[in-house]
Structure formats: C-alpha cells, structure tokens
Design a protein around this ligand. Sequence first.
Ligand SMILES: [Zn+2]
Ligand SMILES: [Zn+2]
Length: 276
Amino acid sequence: MANWLVTVNYDEFDLEKAFDALPTIYWKNSTTTEGKGLQINDIVYVYVTQPISKVMYQFKVIGHADQSEYPLAQKAFWKDRTQLDSIKGYAVFEKLKKVDKATLSFDYFVQNKLIPDAPIQGRRTDRDKASNDPIRIFLAHIVNEFNNETIATDYPDEADLENKSFPEGAKQTVQVNRYERNPVARAKCLEIHGIRCEICKMSFAETYGTFAKDFIHVHHITPLHQISESYEVNPETDLIPVCPNCHAMLHRQENGIPMTVERLKLLYEVSRSSKI
Ligand SMILES: [Zn+2]
Ligand SMILES: [Zn+2]
C-alpha cells in the first residue's frame, strides 16, 4: 500500500460535485508516472488547484479500467473535455473522506516548508521512498491530518474560548475539549439530538445552504466537579449540539456563575420575545 498525492485541476474537472454525485471516481492512471502508477489498495489524496488550493479528498484505489469502461455519468463533471479522449487507462477510486482544513492548504504547506517542489502538480507517491525523503514527509503530514480529522471542521477559536471560561485550571480545559471533540461521542450526540442548536434552534443547512449541513459544535454539559477518573461520556445526557454563538455564551459566566443550558435558553427566549 502506498500513499499518493494527485492534483485535480479546478478548471478541468468539478470534483466537488462529482464526489457527492458518483459512487466511484475514475481517474487517469498513466503507467509512465513514477511508482508504476496507482495500484489496488493505494490511498490517494487529492489536491484541488486554485482557487481551492487545498488537499481535500481521500480515496482508495479499488480497480482499473480502460477507455471503453469510462462511465458516461462522470463525463458530465468535466469542465474541459479536450484531453478526455487521449486517456487510455483509469484507476477506480472509492470515496473515503472529504475534509476542509487550513493545515491542508497550499499556504500552510509553504509556510511550513512542506512542499519539496512548489507549485503542486502532477502526482507523487511515497512508494519506495526513504523515510527522510521530502515527498514522504509531505505525504506523512497529509495522512496525519486526515487521520486526525475527527470533526469535519476546525474549531478555530474554541481553545481560546475554553481558556477564558475556566481560568481555574488548564487540566479542566483539556477535559472539556476532549469530551466535546471525541469523534464517537460527537457522532452519537448528533445522531440522538440532531444538528440544530439546542439553544437558539438555528440550523446551518437552513441558514447557509447544504454545503454547511454538517457544521455544528458539540457542548459537554456535565459539571466538571462531577467528573471522576472513571467518567465515561454519555452522548444522550452529557452532550448537546450548539451553534458557535450559543456555545461561546455557554462558556461565559454570568456574574461569576457558570452558565447553564436551561438558563441560556431562558435568556435567549426572554430577549427574543421582548423584541417582538
Ligand atoms: Zn445557537
Ligand atoms: Zn462547550
């Protein structure tokens, strides 16, 4: 099994739409490229060129196909079909994951000197590469970022927000973050409670459109002093989905008293009804 970085030109192919619409993606697999091309079980990370300029997709190679097997359904997603007829062989990609992280952006790669040979183009693999090879190090960063992608979106301000709310100890801050970021507990919480904010009832899909449909924070409501060594988070009773605004307010104190879910709901209802 090898890892690959493959570039998809934004102006040529609409991968974002194709990823949602198609069960598998067929991608050109020239045997003249390094590492003798994409092989079954290889993992492919796709970098989309500007204006996206990010590695956003993870696929697994599950087969090969020739020109006659190219699915008609996928042709529709080509913005520029000029080179399509010249492609002889394809690798068949199974969709694994889509993420959107600042740590997978071109700017981040440049700032952290991760790109051995900018700009990013063509395809690169870590197959048969030494452990200190720049390509291997670059791919290791990408693999790591996808594996650590427990939540579909970064929480840019939350660490800071937690510090302000619990000045009494950094240890507690870590605990809260851990429960709220636990991917399994988070998924269960959203399965049980849905993805509407428990306080203000806003939904990201309704407010911003389908691209935002998975976005929501998860708040851990069990008071920290009740948490013992053997504590196990219960996604039904300990976690609630909240929008970032309400989440920030839940981590604020009111006259020195920690905010509760019930109290914030009340404050929200009161201020809303007084406006009407
Ligand atoms: Zn809210
Ligand atoms: Zn919280």
